[in-house]
Design a protein around this ligand. Structure first.
Ligand code: MEV
Length: 286
Protein backbone atom coordinates (compact mmCIF):
# COMPACT_ATOMS: atom_id res chain seq x y z
CA UNK A 1 0.00 0.00 0.00
CA UNK A 2 1.36 3.50 -0.85
CA UNK A 3 -0.11 6.86 0.21
CA UNK A 4 0.98 10.10 -1.45
CA UNK A 5 -0.41 13.62 -1.16
CA UNK A 6 -0.23 16.69 -3.42
CA UNK A 7 -1.25 20.33 -2.92
CA UNK A 8 -3.73 22.54 -4.76
CA UNK A 9 -2.77 25.87 -6.33
CA UNK A 10 -3.84 29.43 -6.95
CA UNK A 11 -2.67 31.96 -9.52
CA UNK A 12 -1.27 34.93 -7.58
CA UNK A 13 -0.84 36.88 -10.83
CA UNK A 14 -1.08 36.50 -14.57
CA UNK A 15 -3.78 33.90 -15.36
CA UNK A 16 -5.09 34.15 -18.93
CA UNK A 17 -2.06 36.28 -19.87
CA UNK A 18 0.09 33.11 -19.50
CA UNK A 19 -1.92 31.52 -22.32
CA UNK A 20 -0.30 34.18 -24.59
CA UNK A 21 3.27 33.59 -23.39
CA UNK A 22 3.19 36.35 -20.72
CA UNK A 23 4.52 35.69 -17.21
CA UNK A 24 2.33 34.31 -14.44
CA UNK A 25 2.95 33.41 -10.80
CA UNK A 26 1.24 30.39 -9.27
CA UNK A 27 1.52 29.12 -5.71
CA UNK A 28 0.85 25.77 -4.04
CA UNK A 29 -1.65 26.03 -1.17
CA UNK A 30 -2.15 23.98 1.95
CA UNK A 31 -5.31 22.00 1.32
CA UNK A 32 -3.95 18.70 -0.05
CA UNK A 33 -5.32 15.61 -1.70
CA UNK A 34 -4.23 12.23 -0.27
CA UNK A 35 -4.31 9.14 -2.44
CA UNK A 36 -3.74 5.56 -1.27
CA UNK A 37 -3.05 2.91 -3.91
CA UNK A 38 -3.03 -0.82 -3.30
CA UNK A 39 -2.16 -3.63 -5.73
CA UNK A 40 -5.19 -5.59 -6.92
CA UNK A 41 -5.61 -8.46 -9.37
CA UNK A 42 -8.36 -6.67 -11.23
CA UNK A 43 -8.86 -2.92 -11.63
CA UNK A 44 -11.80 -1.72 -9.51
CA UNK A 45 -13.52 0.96 -11.60
CA UNK A 46 -12.51 4.27 -9.93
CA UNK A 47 -15.11 7.03 -9.54
CA UNK A 48 -12.69 9.52 -11.07
CA UNK A 49 -11.82 9.46 -14.78
CA UNK A 50 -8.45 11.04 -13.84
CA UNK A 51 -7.60 8.04 -11.64
CA UNK A 52 -8.76 5.56 -14.29
CA UNK A 53 -6.51 7.30 -16.85
CA UNK A 54 -3.54 7.21 -14.42
CA UNK A 55 -3.84 3.41 -14.13
CA UNK A 56 -4.24 3.07 -17.90
CA UNK A 57 -1.11 5.16 -18.54
CA UNK A 58 0.93 3.24 -15.97
CA UNK A 59 -0.33 -0.15 -17.31
CA UNK A 60 -1.26 -1.66 -13.92
CA UNK A 61 -4.41 -2.38 -11.91
CA UNK A 62 -5.14 -1.53 -8.32
CA UNK A 63 -7.55 -0.07 -5.82
CA UNK A 64 -7.59 3.58 -4.73
CA UNK A 65 -8.77 5.55 -1.74
CA UNK A 66 -8.88 9.38 -2.01
CA UNK A 67 -9.26 11.93 0.79
CA UNK A 68 -9.43 15.54 -0.34
CA UNK A 69 -9.56 18.82 1.52
CA UNK A 70 -9.66 20.64 -1.83
CA UNK A 71 -13.06 21.48 -3.32
CA UNK A 72 -13.31 19.96 -6.80
CA UNK A 73 -14.06 21.93 -10.00
CA UNK A 74 -13.40 25.22 -8.22
CA UNK A 75 -10.19 26.35 -9.96
CA UNK A 76 -7.87 25.25 -7.15
CA UNK A 77 -6.21 22.51 -9.21
CA UNK A 78 -7.87 19.57 -7.46
CA UNK A 79 -7.88 17.32 -10.55
CA UNK A 80 -4.14 17.99 -11.02
CA UNK A 81 -3.46 17.22 -7.35
CA UNK A 82 -5.43 13.94 -7.58
CA UNK A 83 -3.61 13.00 -10.80
CA UNK A 84 -0.13 13.83 -9.47
CA UNK A 85 -0.66 12.03 -6.13
CA UNK A 86 -2.17 8.98 -7.90
CA UNK A 87 0.72 8.66 -10.38
CA UNK A 88 3.35 8.94 -7.64
CA UNK A 89 1.47 6.41 -5.47
CA UNK A 90 1.15 3.93 -8.37
CA UNK A 91 4.85 4.40 -9.21
CA UNK A 92 5.73 3.64 -5.59
CA UNK A 93 3.30 0.75 -4.98
CA UNK A 94 4.27 -1.05 -8.20
CA UNK A 95 8.00 -0.13 -8.14
CA UNK A 96 7.76 1.27 -11.66
CA UNK A 97 10.83 3.51 -11.31
CA UNK A 98 9.70 6.60 -13.25
CA UNK A 99 11.44 9.88 -12.31
CA UNK A 100 9.50 12.79 -10.75
CA UNK A 101 9.95 14.72 -14.04
CA UNK A 102 8.49 11.83 -16.05
CA UNK A 103 5.56 11.55 -13.64
CA UNK A 104 4.90 15.31 -13.78
CA UNK A 105 4.82 15.23 -17.61
CA UNK A 106 2.60 12.16 -17.52
CA UNK A 107 0.23 13.99 -15.15
CA UNK A 108 -0.20 16.70 -17.79
CA UNK A 109 -0.90 14.03 -20.46
CA UNK A 110 -3.52 12.42 -18.18
CA UNK A 111 -5.22 15.79 -17.67
CA UNK A 112 -5.16 16.50 -21.42
CA UNK A 113 -6.67 13.09 -22.26
CA UNK A 114 -9.45 13.42 -19.67
CA UNK A 115 -10.19 17.06 -20.49
CA UNK A 116 -10.13 16.26 -24.23
CA UNK A 117 -7.30 18.56 -25.27
CA UNK A 118 -7.08 21.61 -22.98
CA UNK A 119 -5.21 21.27 -19.70
CA UNK A 120 -3.04 23.64 -17.71
CA UNK A 121 0.57 22.44 -17.44
CA UNK A 122 0.87 24.89 -14.53
CA UNK A 123 -1.51 22.94 -12.29
CA UNK A 124 0.35 19.61 -12.53
CA UNK A 125 3.77 21.30 -12.27
CA UNK A 126 2.92 23.35 -9.16
CA UNK A 127 1.27 20.34 -7.52
CA UNK A 128 4.48 18.33 -8.13
CA UNK A 129 7.07 20.87 -6.95
CA UNK A 130 5.10 23.03 -4.44
CA UNK A 131 6.04 26.59 -3.41
CA UNK A 132 5.89 29.53 -5.80
CA UNK A 133 6.41 29.12 -9.53
CA UNK A 134 7.07 31.67 -12.28
CA UNK A 135 5.63 30.59 -15.62
CA UNK A 136 6.90 32.19 -18.81
CA UNK A 137 5.86 30.50 -22.04
CA UNK A 138 6.84 26.85 -21.70
CA UNK A 139 9.41 27.60 -18.98
CA UNK A 140 8.61 27.18 -15.30
CA UNK A 141 10.94 27.94 -12.43
CA UNK A 142 10.56 27.96 -8.68
CA UNK A 143 10.75 31.34 -6.95
CA UNK A 144 11.92 31.77 -3.35
CA UNK A 145 8.80 30.90 -1.28
CA UNK A 146 7.11 33.79 0.57
CA UNK A 147 5.06 33.52 3.77
CA UNK A 148 1.86 34.71 2.08
CA UNK A 149 -1.29 34.66 4.26
CA UNK A 150 -4.50 34.08 2.37
CA UNK A 151 -8.20 33.52 2.65
CA UNK A 152 -9.70 31.72 -0.34
CA UNK A 153 -13.36 32.30 -1.13
CA UNK A 154 -15.13 29.52 -3.02
CA UNK A 155 -18.12 31.14 -4.73
CA UNK A 156 -19.72 27.69 -5.19
CA UNK A 157 -20.65 28.76 -8.72
CA UNK A 158 -19.78 26.45 -11.56
CA UNK A 159 -17.14 27.66 -14.00
CA UNK A 160 -15.61 26.24 -17.14
CA UNK A 161 -11.93 26.90 -17.89
CA UNK A 162 -12.12 26.10 -21.63
CA UNK A 163 -15.11 28.41 -22.00
CA UNK A 164 -13.29 31.29 -20.27
CA UNK A 165 -10.07 30.75 -22.25
CA UNK A 166 -12.23 30.73 -25.40
CA UNK A 167 -13.96 33.94 -24.34
CA UNK A 168 -10.63 35.77 -24.01
CA UNK A 169 -9.46 34.34 -27.35
CA UNK A 170 -12.66 35.64 -28.97
CA UNK A 171 -12.15 39.12 -27.49
CA UNK A 172 -8.56 39.07 -28.75
CA UNK A 173 -9.82 38.12 -32.22
CA UNK A 174 -12.65 40.64 -32.41
CA UNK A 175 -11.17 43.53 -30.40
CA UNK A 176 -7.37 43.10 -30.40
CA UNK A 177 -6.91 46.86 -29.90
CA UNK A 178 -8.62 46.47 -26.49
CA UNK A 179 -7.68 42.93 -25.42
CA UNK A 180 -3.95 43.12 -26.24
CA UNK A 181 -3.18 46.17 -24.05
CA UNK A 182 -5.14 44.59 -21.16
CA UNK A 183 -3.07 41.40 -21.47
CA UNK A 184 0.11 43.51 -21.66
CA UNK A 185 -1.00 45.39 -18.52
CA UNK A 186 -1.56 42.08 -16.67
CA UNK A 187 1.99 41.08 -17.66
CA UNK A 188 3.30 44.44 -16.35
CA UNK A 189 1.47 43.91 -13.03
CA UNK A 190 2.97 40.40 -12.73
CA UNK A 191 6.51 41.67 -13.44
CA UNK A 192 6.05 44.52 -10.94
CA UNK A 193 4.82 42.08 -8.24
CA UNK A 194 8.21 40.32 -8.31
CA UNK A 195 9.75 43.44 -6.69
CA UNK A 196 7.10 43.67 -3.96
CA UNK A 197 6.84 40.25 -2.34
CA UNK A 198 8.21 41.74 0.90
CA UNK A 199 5.67 44.59 0.81
CA UNK A 200 2.17 43.11 1.43
CA UNK A 201 0.39 46.45 1.04
CA UNK A 202 1.83 47.06 -2.44
CA UNK A 203 1.32 43.40 -3.34
CA UNK A 204 -2.35 43.77 -2.36
CA UNK A 205 -2.71 46.86 -4.60
CA UNK A 206 -1.23 44.91 -7.51
CA UNK A 207 -3.68 42.05 -6.88
CA UNK A 208 -6.56 44.54 -7.01
CA UNK A 209 -5.25 45.86 -10.34
CA UNK A 210 -4.89 42.33 -11.72
CA UNK A 211 -8.48 41.59 -10.68
CA UNK A 212 -9.81 44.72 -12.43
CA UNK A 213 -7.90 43.82 -15.61
CA UNK A 214 -9.35 40.29 -15.59
CA UNK A 215 -12.82 41.80 -15.17
CA UNK A 216 -12.09 44.00 -18.18
CA UNK A 217 -11.16 40.87 -20.17
CA UNK A 218 -14.66 39.55 -19.45
CA UNK A 219 -13.84 36.68 -17.06
CA UNK A 220 -15.58 38.21 -14.02
CA UNK A 221 -18.64 36.91 -12.19
CA UNK A 222 -21.07 38.85 -9.94
CA UNK A 223 -20.57 36.51 -6.96
CA UNK A 224 -16.77 36.71 -7.29
CA UNK A 225 -16.98 40.54 -7.40
CA UNK A 226 -19.16 40.44 -4.29
CA UNK A 227 -16.60 38.31 -2.42
CA UNK A 228 -13.69 40.48 -3.55
CA UNK A 229 -15.43 43.66 -2.32
CA UNK A 230 -16.51 42.02 0.96
CA UNK A 231 -12.95 40.81 1.63
CA UNK A 232 -11.45 44.25 0.96
CA UNK A 233 -14.09 45.94 3.18
CA UNK A 234 -13.21 43.47 5.98
CA UNK A 235 -9.55 44.53 5.89
CA UNK A 236 -7.88 42.41 3.20
CA UNK A 237 -4.80 44.06 1.68
CA UNK A 238 -5.94 42.98 -1.78
CA UNK A 239 -8.28 40.48 -3.40
CA UNK A 240 -8.68 38.92 -6.82
CA UNK A 241 -10.22 36.07 -8.75
CA UNK A 242 -7.90 33.08 -9.21
CA UNK A 243 -7.73 30.84 -12.28
CA UNK A 244 -10.04 30.98 -15.25
CA UNK A 245 -12.82 33.06 -13.62
CA UNK A 246 -16.47 33.13 -14.61
CA UNK A 247 -17.15 31.69 -11.13
CA UNK A 248 -14.90 29.39 -9.12
CA UNK A 249 -12.66 30.95 -6.46
CA UNK A 250 -11.15 34.27 -5.38
CA UNK A 251 -8.58 34.91 -2.71
CA UNK A 252 -7.72 37.74 -0.36
CA UNK A 253 -4.23 38.68 0.82
CA UNK A 254 -4.48 39.32 4.57
CA UNK A 255 -2.43 40.15 7.60
CA UNK A 256 -2.52 37.27 10.12
CA UNK A 257 -4.82 39.30 12.37
CA UNK A 258 -7.38 40.06 9.62
CA UNK A 259 -7.76 36.47 8.37
CA UNK A 260 -10.71 35.44 10.57
CA UNK A 261 -12.58 38.69 9.92
CA UNK A 262 -12.09 38.34 6.15
CA UNK A 263 -13.15 34.66 6.26
CA UNK A 264 -16.31 35.70 8.15
CA UNK A 265 -17.11 38.36 5.54
CA UNK A 266 -16.74 35.78 2.75
CA UNK A 267 -18.96 33.24 4.53
CA UNK A 268 -21.57 35.96 5.10
CA UNK A 269 -21.87 36.17 1.28
CA UNK A 270 -23.00 32.49 1.05
CA UNK A 271 -19.52 31.32 0.03
CA UNK A 272 -16.99 28.92 1.63
CA UNK A 273 -13.83 30.42 3.11
CA UNK A 274 -10.53 28.53 3.43
CA UNK A 275 -7.89 30.17 5.62
CA UNK A 276 -4.56 29.08 4.24
CA UNK A 277 -0.99 29.88 3.30
CA UNK A 278 1.73 28.70 0.92
CA UNK A 279 2.60 25.00 0.84
CA UNK A 280 6.32 24.87 0.19
CA UNK A 281 6.17 21.11 -0.41
CA UNK A 282 4.93 19.48 -3.57
CA UNK A 283 3.89 15.87 -3.93
CA UNK A 284 5.11 13.74 -1.01
CA UNK A 285 4.89 10.27 0.48
CA UNK A 286 2.73 10.12 3.61
C1 MEV B 1 -6.59 28.44 -15.40
O1 MEV B 1 -6.34 27.96 -14.07
C2 MEV B 1 -5.55 29.46 -15.76
C3 MEV B 1 -5.61 29.95 -17.20
O2 MEV B 1 -4.56 30.90 -17.36
C4 MEV B 1 -5.44 28.84 -18.19
C5 MEV B 1 -4.04 28.22 -18.20
O3 MEV B 1 -3.08 28.79 -17.69
O4 MEV B 1 -3.93 27.12 -18.76
C6 MEV B 1 -6.91 30.67 -17.49
Amino acid sequence: MATWSAPGKIFLFGEHAVVYGKPGIAMAIKPRVMVTVRKAKRQKKPNSSYIAECFRQMGVSGSVYVRSQLPSSSGLGSSAAVTVATLFAINDEFDIGKSPEELSSLAHIVEKNVQKGRASATDTYVSTVGGMVLITGNTKRRLPPQPIQLVIGNSLTHHNTSEMVGKVAELKRTRPQIADPIIDAIAAVTRCSMHHFNNPRELGNLMNMNHALLDALGVGHPQISRLVLAARAAGALGAKVTGAGGGGCMFALCSKSAKTRVAGAIEACDARAIITTIDTQGVRKE
